[in-house]
Design a binder for this molecule. Structure first.
Ligand code: AMP
Length: 191
């Protein structure tokens, strides 16, 4: 089973590249951001999640971990999973390891898209034009998402580095160039 975490700051291209990796390697793509956005907007859970995400803050770990686990349970026959936007804290990374261990499985690798902050800000500003996401539209919220990433998510890299599973990939270039680098990284890991 191939379980890949795609890791990187907001605007790094995780969603775009996950979709391509999913197709190429026959994986299930689980994006916690997409799961939160797909909740029935009138539900208490959706309102709670939105109160965090609209400000660019992380939804609390206990809620996010439960959501992730129930999403994974929907695909008992998956050949593998690409985790996009999860884990975003070290506590989430530890919870994911325990959860997968309970299923006799494990993360195969964490693929990290490395992109400088200036480039992220400009990509997120452009994405706001057609994404319709409130958390893309406001420069202060974009900055908060980058700050939250630096404070809470960037340390997750150490979790995977200490397990020898972290693979950094240069995240600047055309979508296809970056995709080729990611595919090489996956193939190097599995062969
Ligand atoms: P994304 O689509 O991955 O940019 O996620 C959008 C928003 O959903 C984030 O800014 C968070 O508010 C929330 N979110 C998504 N994934 C997580 C996670 N793993 N932990 C906490 N909050 C999350």
């Amino acid at each position: 089973m191939m379980n890949i975490v795609i890791f990187g700051p907001p605007g790094a291209g995780k969603g775009t590249q996950s979709t391509k990796l999913k197709d190429k390697f026959g994986l299930v793509h689980i994006s916690t951001g997409d799961v939160f956005r797909a909740l029935d907007p009138s539900s208490d859970l959706a309102k709670l999640a939105k109160s965090y995400s609209d400000q660019g803050n992380l939804v609390p770990d206990d809620i996010t971990i439960k959501i992730l686990q129930s999403e994974v349970e929907k695909y008992p026959d998956a050949e593998g999973v690409i985790y996009d936007g999860f884990p975003r804290t070290t506590a989430q990374a530890e919870a994911l390891d325990l959860f997968l261990t309970s299923k006799n499985s494990a993360i195969s690798m964490a693929l990290a898209l490395e992109v400088e902050e200036e480039e992220l800000r400009s990509r997120l500003k452009n994405r706001a034009i057609d994404s319709g996401r409130p958390d893309d539209a406001d420069p202060a919220i974009i900055q908060n998402r980058i700050d939250v990433y630096n404070a809470q998510t960037a340390p997750v890299a150490n979790h995977y580095k200490s397990q020898g599973k972290y693979v950094g990939v240069h995240g600047i270039g055309s979508i296809d160039e970056i995709f080729d680098r990611l595919c090489d990284a996956v193939q190097n890991k599995v062969t």
